[in-house]
Design a protein around this ligand. Structure first.
Ligand SMILES: Nc1ncnc2c1ncn2[C@@H]1O[C@H](COP(=O)(O)OP(=O)(O)OP(=O)(O)O)[C@@H](O)[C@H]1O
Length: 697
């Protein structure tokens, strides 16, 4: 990978910022997409220019281009502006363009004179973020090519930081690099001595009072402090590019001081083939009103790929990390980029046999939908494909493991830690509900932690899409302990409110260490859910937390917290008084717990029962277990899986109104529960009474 940067830098013949990389090869092309859109050859070649993509608009800074490309630049700019004009005259609203970079590179002495060439109101220019005083010389194609045209690799290199705001020289800065929900952790910074690099001392530390010259030991400690403020990583990683809107975000922490947060920055790279993005980017603090220092040097290069479809042969299985009802989940490595993912392999025969085809296609569709959209706290789908016998979902690997795993190991969480997870879950549910999706299977096993300790929901196998706020559904599904009473009892069906009930169960379980309705016997558990009292253990939950749980565990869904204004109501509850929702949504609130993860390949947060399994002989291209057998599925059956493969081509969500998987057990169960409770009227407002430590929803 280093070679790529060296190649590019070598070509441009300089190390300066934001250089356009040109080749000495006269046939070198600036190509904006794999299909003919804007293709410009260099002066030495024919010089033909083709344009046909109305969506392309970009801008280059001519000062940054080698001389021989300046003409080309001018030609592009003129043509692009013409395209823009045409678009404007077609009455496309100017503000329909997406804002791009959330951060801008900072200027340094070298780039100071390379300031904006375009007028401030140029729509192609990224608006500087309000809190930054720095100039912006970083552009992106404001309306990138259709997403199906952009597939490739983004090589990102985090070189170093400078002027970090640290209080002592004893630090071990490392960074978490995130692109399109894929996270990578760098090792701690290298000492400059290891790099053979000299170090620079910031001016202010060099002021010397002539009457009191600095002693050698003072100079030495000044030097060490300056060195600590400018850690060097020279770390490279490669990401798969699927969503052209995605930003590279870099967050710097201090490993030595309890993962202390030293700032973060977000940059949307220019996705032009082999274009070198480089700059010093100002780090942002959590609280933007505070003065803050620190910058990072980030380079990235996009390499376009011709491949638009992937299959099992493009991945290598490394470990088994989980088993679900319909298949196994593996830690895999993508062969071309080396990127690590989780691969869920689902047996077609098994889902046909269990009449779960619609749910499985539904899961894939919801993941596609949430992946193409900025969905916080939902595991990101990268690829989906199929063979004759199996379906495959490739998602970002959440190396922090299941919340269940941590809860099991720690017994229970402190309320502030539980609150953090619940708050992120509220945002995840808010997002799903806004998209008319009910999650229906909220439980600690389906809540994963990423490398930083943020949550990500996985397993949308039971989710139901296309259900607006008034709509009801009545499939009997979910995990017993978390089932809302109306799922058991209400013939008219249930609504999104079932997710908030499960959330109430979760808050209780996280803080108290057991589930409020748990019973070893399932029938008893149903009875507890329908009629049981909830007992709060003494001194565990604050008043606000109890009130929050009571609000959620209200048996009448019409009176449940969230019934009127969905997640907004939950967010406004006093339990969350100390949560800054906008910072939380941007993942800028530091998680209360950071999972121990040494590298991308670390599986220590998963059950050894899975991770110790030998996976060497697994054949992803054919049936491997007895359930698949050897008889192939009929063509009619295979047809039901059409559309599962996700190539990031135009998204045609095919959410069918489905009504499958009714458990025959359901009616029997309802009757038994009803018989127990004579006269229970589900429509009655249920008294929210609390008797000391006990309440009935
Ligand atoms: N992206 C991921 N990163 C890390 N681990 C994952 C990921 N996806 C799934 N897992 C692990 O695999 C387990 C099973 O995955 P999942 O719940 O999606 O499978 P399932 O077959 O739908 O399971 P279930 O039977 O519970 O419905 C998860 O609980 C988790 O431990």
């Amino acid at each position: 990978m280093t070679e790529i940067f060296e190649k590019i830098q070598g070509r441009s013949g300089s190390d300066s910022k934001n250089q356009y990389s040109s080749s000495s090869d006269p046939s070198f092309k600036i190509s904006l997409s794999s299909t003919p859109s804007v293709s410009v050859e260099t002066a030495e070649a024919k010089g033909t220019t083709e344009y046909d993509n109305q969506n392309v608009s970009t801008s280059y800074d001519p000062i940054l281009l080698p001389d021989r490309l300046k003409n080309v630049y001018e030609e592009i700019t003129t043509q692009v502006k013409q395209i823009e004009k045409t678009k404007d005259s077609e009455e496309q609203p100017a503000d329909s363009r997406k804002k791009s970079n959330e951060a801008i590179p900072s200027t340094d002495t070298k780039t100071e004179n390379l300031k904006t060439l375009e007028p401030q109101n140029d729509p192609l220019k990224t608006p500087p973020s309000s809190h930054s005083q720095l100039d912006n010389s970083f552009y992106k194609a404001s309306e990138p090519m259709a997403s199906n045209q952009i597939m490739g690799r983004l090589v990102v290199r985090l070189r170093q930081a400078r002027n970090l705001l640290i209080s002592s020289m004893h630090v071990e800065p490392y960074a978490v690099i995130n692109y399109d929900k894929t996270e990578v952790v760098t090792p701690s910074s290298k000492k400059d001595a290891e790099n053979g690099m000299g170090i620079t001392i910031p001016c202010k530390t060099r002021t010397v009072n002539e009457n009191f010259p600095m002693s050698p030991s003072l100079i030495q400690s000044e030097l060490l402090f300056a060195e600590a403020r400018a850690p060097r990583w020279d770390f490279e990683t490669v990401f798969d590019v699927i969503n052209p809107e995605s930003a590279v975000s870099v967050s710097v922490y201090d490993r030595l001081n309890n993962d202390f947060f030293l700032g973060s920055v977000k940059v949307v790279p220019v996705l032009l083939n082999e274009y070198l993005n480089e700059g010093w980017y100002k780090l942002e603090p959590l609280d933007l009103s505070q003065p803050f220092e620190g910058e990072v040097n980030i380079q990235s290069i996009f390499e376009q790929s011709e491949i638009t479809r992937f299959g099992p042969e493009d991945f290598t299985i490394l470990r088994l990390i989980g088993k679900g009802t319909f298949g196994h989940v593996y830690l895999v490595q993508k062969n071309d980029t080396g990127r690590i993912y989780a691969m869920k392999k689902i047996s077609k025969k098994l889902i046909v046999r269990k009449r779960e085809v619609t749910h499985t296609i539904g899961e894939r569709n919801i993941l596609v939908r949430t992946s193409l959209d900025e969905s916080p706290f939902i595991v990101g789908l990268k690829f989906s494909f199929q063979t004759d016998s199996d379906l495959f979902l490739i998602t970002d690997y959440m190396s922090g493991g299941e919340l269940f795993w941590h809860l099991q190991h720690e017994g229970r969480f402190r309320e502030d830690r539980a609150k953090f997870y619940i708050a992120e879950l509220v945002l995840a549910l808010e997002h799903l509900h806004k998209h008319d999706i009910i999650y229906r299977d909220l439980k600690p096993e389906n809540i994963l932690l990423d490398i930083s300790g943020h949550i990500a929901l996985c397993d949308f196998g039971l989710s139901k899409a296309n259900l607006s706020s008034e709509d009801t559904t009545n499939t009997f599904c979910g995990t017993t302990e978390y089932l809302a009473p109306e799922v058991l009892l209400d013939d008219k069906g249930y609504t999104k409110q079932v997710d908030f009930w499960s959330l109430g169960v979760l808050v209780f379980e996280m803080c108290c260490g057991w589930s409020p309705f748990y019973a070893p016997d399932v029938q008893q558990m149903y009875r507890n859910i329908a009629f049981g009292k909830v007992r709060f253990p003494k001194g565990v939950l604050s008043q606000e937390a109890r009130s929050f749980v009571r609000g959620l565990l209200n048996r009448n869904p019409k009176h449940r917290l969230g019934a009127i204004a969905d997640a907004e109501e939950l967010k406004a509850h006093p339990f969350f008084d100390d949560i800054n929702w906008s910072l939380l949504a941007k993942k800028k609130l530091p998680p209360p717990f950071k999972p121990q993860v040494q590298s991308d390949l670390d599986v220590s947060n998963f059950d050894q029962e899975f991770t110790n399994t030998n996976v060497r002989n697994i054949n992803l291209n054919g049936p491997q277990d007895s359930v698949n057998g050897s008889t192939p599925l009929s063509n009619t059956m295979q047809d039901r899986f059409k559309g599962f493969t996700f190539t990031n081509k135009s998204l045609e969500d095919r959410f069918e109104g489905f009504h499958v998987d009714e458990f025959s057990e359901r009616d029997r169960l309802k009757d038994s529960v009803r018989n127990e409770k004579n006269g229970f009227d589900k429509d009655d407002p249920v008294a929210d009474s609390v008797f000391g430590e006990t309440f009935e929803g």
